[in-house]
Design a protein around this ligand. Structure first.
Ligand code: ADP
Ligand code: ZN
Length: 740
């Protein structure tokens, strides 16, 4: 029977249509084809092949096959189908993620340049005459002769010589050729090659385990979790593992959380492999469409064998993949926030499995998902317990802000006496300071300053969120509602209040206390300008800034030897958000931020201000005790059946009409409850904590399941049977990391 193909049409409107495949045509998914579209011809990519769909009108035929080699490798096609299924996303949406728009569009094809190539030098006497009558032509020929016979028009002088070059071409002395050039984003940068460091015994063992990994029954290497404390030299291990992979004739893929926030990591890779410049491709969001096109094709045709990039680089079309490294594997930025909402780390593990490659997940603070996989035997655990340069871990002091609040008469203190005194001392000694405040916008919980009590949901053990419009406390997991108490339920004090102050306020206060100090604020508001972050960090490095006040943007990957004091202003802010991962994130953040202190000769000190000094995530971070933390947190997760012991997903509706968003979700809720598999639990529909964004009202409900398959299949079935009204958008986030 004749087959039909789904074809994703090139161009920004991203249309997808079915076409019949001519019986003589050999076509694979991923192939590029020419198809009729309305009254013209168009190009596109084959996404899927199967029996023709039932339609009332005749399908048209594919007119031609452009290139028989599929653009997307078969393994990536397989990965794409898995993603569409697991994350309940349309296949065409996944294919768009797999194949960048610039690659799908012919508009951004190869860039060319004109090159002059010497064909015959004139006789000596003719050359002499030319020197007098046409000096320009004479110079051009001499230049070409001195430079091996070929030079680009630009090198010869560009537009000013084009007439002379044309005459020379007419006379038969040279030939003008169009030549393809690669648009190199790093053209103006030089990288000094670095040599491999001598590994310490722990690093050496880690490298051995990575290069000769244990395999499971099917012969695929077992995924590896590399847990190394901050500054333990994980990056050096990655570099040597990549070298080993290249030596074996294979290619390597390195994922990092965010290119713009981790310039130092990219530099280190570029420098180590400086002699292989042409084989390294860095994929980041600042590439122009043309650059992206070139890099993609360099990877697809095997020229580039090392790829470094953020989340979406997981789809780089490398063949013969030997290793995938996921640096800072615990980072949330690996989760895509628009459909398909895949997790880059999880897809890395899956892709490695499909391609029989080694996968290394590295972090100083592994996610509990990955850690639990080492406990259950699915992953191998490798550890680096010491700092590579044998520096000590920084000393961490925890300050009880309840006492501080009493001292300052109930006002919420921003700067404790202890931190102020320490700052004074460091500034006097000419050392540098980082102040950290993890302010998360609208999520505000109710907390009692004298006793530290936070109002929590009795069903979910997470803080309730105050909604101003309804004057209610609402649980963002299950929808439970309560009236805000007038007095603290724990100690009876009437000072219970909404907590929260931001970086801007801190800057104001610090400026008053230390008018002489040079300071900079780093947050989403101040770092809008391109390169603003890099410039500020460079200034800090050159010690033109004494104090940096910042949010998560400064938490990772920074290495400043002169920073001897890190102040964490309110460790509770990240702790009392309505999310069962709040404790885990606080532990990670404190550990990572603290890791910025004492990375040079000088000893580092970290001061943590908190209203809940006995909170486990703070205490375990203080003692640099990941294992202790993981053990007790996993117990809590197990008890409430949270991930990694289940899968949590978020189902949401968005609409400019509030009632319709609400009604659609209630309707979905009802249908989900029909034939509900026993592994799945469904929460109540409720307004999202962020009730309205971009003019759209948002409603949501939580789903929890001990079986991922049961969950995505049930949701898939329900959504397929319940098309939403036209003005409502449905969002499904499998393995959701945020609940807003
Ligand atoms: P991590 O990535 O684990 O935080 P880094 O790779 O940044 O750690 O290493 C911290 C510092 O230690 C870097 O300055 C690095 O150059 C240095 N380093 C790493 N390995 C070694 C080694 N084997 N010998 C000496 N210095 C090392
Ligand atoms: Zn609840």
């Amino acid at each position: 029977m004749q087959q039909s193909a789904k074809v994703l049409i090139d161009g920004p409107s991203e249309l997808m249509f079915d076409y019949l495949v001519p019986e003589t045509m050999q076509i694979l998914p991923g192939c590029r084809v020419r198809v009729p579209l309305r009254s013209r011809d168009s190009t596109g990519t084959v996404i899927d092949i199967g029996p023709p769909p039932q339609t009332n009108f005749a399908l048209r035929q594919i007119s031609a096959l452009i290139d028989p080699e599929p653009l997307i490798t078969p393994k990536l096609m397989q990965l794409g189908k898995w993603i569409a299924n697991y994350y309940v996303a349309p296949l065409e949406q996944v294919m768009r993620a797999l194949l960048p728009e610039s690659v799908r569009q012919d508009a951004h094809s190869e860039k060319t340049r004109k090159v002059a190539s010497l064909t015959a030098m004139p006789e000596a006497d003719e050359l002499e005459k030319m020197a007098k009558r046409a000096p320009k032509q004479h110079i051009i020929l001499k230049l070409l002769q001195a430079n091996g016979g070929t030079m680009s028009l630009k090198e010869l002088g560009g537009g000013s010589v084009s007439a002379a070059v044309k005459s020379l071409e007419k006379k038969g002395h040279l030939q003008l050729i169009e030549e393809a050039v690669r648009r190199n984003p790093d053209e103006d940068q030089e990288f000094l090659e670095t040599t491999p460091l001598n590994l310490n015994p722990e690093q050496k063992q880690a490298l051995d385990q990575i290069t000769t990994p244990k395999t499971n029954q099917s012969g695929t290497p077992k995924p590896i979790l590399l847990h190394g404390v901050t500054g333990s030299g994980k990056t050096e291990v990655y570099l040597q593992a990549v070298q080993h992979t290249l030596d074996q004739g294979k290619s390597a893929l390195v994922l990092i959380p965010e290119i713009s926030l981790t310039p130092q990591t990219v530099q280190r890779f570029k420098s180590r492999f400086a002699s292989l410049q042409d084989q390294v491709a860095v994929l980041h969001s600042h590439l122009s469409q043309g650059e992206r096109f070139d890099e993609w094709h360099r990877i697809r045709n095997g020229e580039a064998r090392i790829v470094i990039g953020a989340r979406s680089a997981i789809f780089a079309p490398l063949t013969n993949l030997g290793i995938i490294i996921v640096d800072e594997e615990h980072e949330n930025t690996y989760k895509q926030e628009t459909a398909p909402r895949y997790h880059g780390r999880d897809i890395a593990v899956l892709r490695a499995h499909f391609e029989k490659a080694t996968v290394v997940l590295g972090s100083a603070t592994p996610s509990l998902e990955s850690f639990q996989n080492t406990q259950s035997g699915k992953y191998e655990l490798i550890r680096l317990t010491q700092r590579a340069d044998s520096q000590a871990m920084p000393i961490m002091r925890v300050l009880d802000m309840r006492i501080e609040a009493q001292k300052q008469k109930g006002r919420v203190a921003i700067l404790s006496d202890r931190l102020r005194v320490s700052m004074e001392k460091k500034l006097k000694q000419g050392e540098q300071i980082i102040l950290f405040l993890n302010r998360r916008g609208f999520a505000r919980s109710l907390q009692c300053p004298p006793c530290g009590h936070v109002c929590e949901c009795q069903h979910c053990a997470i803080p309730l969120t105050y909604h101003r419009t309804e004057e209610r406390l609402i649980c963002h997991m299950c929808g439970y509602q309560a009236l805000p108490p007038k007095k603290c339920p724990s100690c009876g004090d009437e000072a219970i209040r909404l907590q929260g102050f931001g970086t801007q306020k801190v800057e104001e206060v610090i400026q008053k206390v230390f008018p002489q100090a040079r300071m900079a604020r780093i947050d989403a508001d101040t770092m809008r300008r391109k390169n603003a972050l890099r410039d500020t960090l460079n200034k800090f490095k050159a010690h033109k800034i004494d104090i940096i006040i910042g949010t998560q943007m400064i938490a990772k990957g920074l290495h400043f030897p002169n920073v001897t004091l890190v102040g964490i202003l309110n460790a509770d802010l990240g702790l009392h958000v309505p999310d069962f991962r709040a404790g885990e994130r606080t532990f990670q953040l404190l550990t990572q931020v603290a890791g910025r202190a004492g990375r040079g000769e000088l000893e580092g000190e970290v001061i943590v201000q908190t209203f809940t000094p006995h909170s486990p995530s703070i205490q375990f971070a203080r003692h640099h005790d990941f294992d202790g933390y993981a053990e007790q947190e996993l117990q809590f997760r197990n008890q409430f059946v949270y991930p990694p012991f289940s899968h949590c997903a978020l189902l949401g509706t968005r609409s400019t009409h509030e009632r319709r968003a609400e009604f659609t979700l209630e309707n979905l809720h009802k249908r989900l409850q029909k034939d509900l598999p026993p592994q799945i639990e469904i929460g109540e529909p409720m307004p999202s904590p962020l009730t309205r964004a971009h003019g759209q009202f948002r409603y949501q409900l939580m789903l929890k399941s001990t079986s991922a398959r049961a969950l995505h299949q049930h949701v898939q079935r329900t959504l397929a049977a319940t098309p939403p009204p036209e003005d409502v958008t449905i969002i499904f986030d499998m393995d959701a990391l945020g609940f807003f």
